[in-house]
Ligand binder design. Sequence first.
Ligand code: GLC
Ligand code: MG
Ligand code: CA
Length: 600
Amino acid sequence: MSWTRTVIVAVIAAAVVGTVVGLVVWAVMRETSTTEPPELRELDWWEHTVIYQIYPRSFKDSDGDGIGDLKGIISELEHLVDAGVGALWMSPIFKSPMYDFGYDISDFYDIQEEYGTMADFNELVEKAHALGLKVLLDYVPNHASTYSEYFKKSENREPGYEDYFVWADPVRVNGVNQEPSNWISQFGGSVWEFSEKRQQYYLHQFAIEQADFNFREQAVKDEMIKIMLFWIERGADGFRVDAIPHLFETAPDANGVYPDEPLSGNMFLRPDQAGYTTQIHTRDLIELYDVVYDWREAVDNWAKNNGSETKVLLAEAYANISMTMLYYGDEKGRIGAHFPFNFDFITTLSAESSARDFAYVIRHWFTYMPQGQVPNWVFGNHDQSRMPSRFRSNMVDGLNGLNMLLPGVAITYQGEEIGMKDGFVSWEDTVDVAALNQGNSSNYLEFSRDPCRTPYHWDNSTNAGFSTAPKTWLPVAEDYIEINLQAQKDASVSHYKVYQALTRLRKEKTLSHGAFDVQALSLNTLLLVRHLRTHDTYALLFNVGSVSDTVSLSNVDLLSEPLTVYISSVHSTRTPGSTISSSSITLLPGEALVLRAPPT
Ligand code: GLC
Ligand code: MG
Ligand code: CA
């Protein structure tokens, strides 16, 4: 057993629940006391990397059409190196009619023209690899565009394609055709759409133009693996796998009847909104895990047969904790994704959360994660309100600090490194199908994912340096004059400078291999300690509240004096290099400090 694993096991075994709920002290137990540094397991490339999510449409436009593209990404790869990240993941860049901005793929084997060509893709991979960056693609197995050849052939009942999608006959009630069941799409409205051509309904869990593949069909499963290997052969280092909980739906009974879902009883939802029914027939079906385990086998085999580095699979799954953890693998020893995304910071925490909520949510993941697996942390993505908008602007450095100091993989959504907030997108400028489906209603913004997708802020020039076009595909957020990369590079203190310091600090063995302890020192102040014998200890002290807070570190065993401020959040009055006394520390609202302490 590796040292890290020994520690994790020991840490869990030695978790001592303190007298106060929320004050859990993790003790690092290992036959200690020699001064020899511990023998450290060599980590695989992905186990402690920082993954940077690029939303290609909004990152950088090279040809002035108002839409980000591959050449734009290529021209800014150095930015990712400068920021200190290890891998990039691009949201879909494949051929698509763009009803769901690339998540509706019409050709899984080609690049969307407005993004570039296969040659551009090759150049991107080559340059990224030369810079030491891994390249992850978005893999969308649940559905294809209704403009895809697969769908056209299936609609025409071409041999071999008849059952590629989920087709169902109408239900006849009093001589009238009705939808096969009451299932509701994630974007609102029925999952069933009638095809005049085939005189049947097809199922779509997302937009009408995104038809769900039929994963009970072997040809579909084979094709999806073929697609995955096609991109691996072209240099992809792995995939973020889209929308997996929706892979399967309950099959019809012997008479072809689909069961209705019971109503959820959620009174805040209209009958055409996702969640109005319980989704027991449309989410988390147990059959899906075998498909994920097969994918893992396919990529592992490819890597083995080609003597290549590990190709990773990262599962996008908004699911309960048990169903989430099953993506790592099952009791029978089958393994799946390298990790399922940990969305807890998005789904469970908010500006109102206390330090105890933070500590609880962090431990929650570790409590359920199977032994020996790698955790990960997500603070935002292209589907969710941006991190400083969900929390508070003064929490940016503390949240990035948590992301970087917690064990495992850190995931950054483009713009988090400079504290970008949601942009305002008027109804007239709205393009997201999830919002459009609500109609011009007062609440379209509750559903719209446009605000978190507005273009990246490079500098304070026109369109924030994103594009020279007179009009960009989504408006640039107004605050780009204050919040932009160039300004933050020029400033002596900025979110970006803090981010860089954090990614640099991650290279320390304490962070890649050390044990961790997280606790609430008070209602609002969180303490995260990373500890590795014979190495310096690092701690993040973070006031997540909206009032000043005074805490003491005197009772924290792992932190011995002298305590040096190593990194401080932008509005902190403490400068890196200064020492602080552990007995009484007052933190401003949102203030975060990374402290360094000598080895214990
Ligand atoms: C995932 C994507 C989202 C997309 C959906 C359907 O949740 O992140 O953007 O709309 O899947 O592909
Ligand atoms: Mg362009
Ligand atoms: Ca499906």
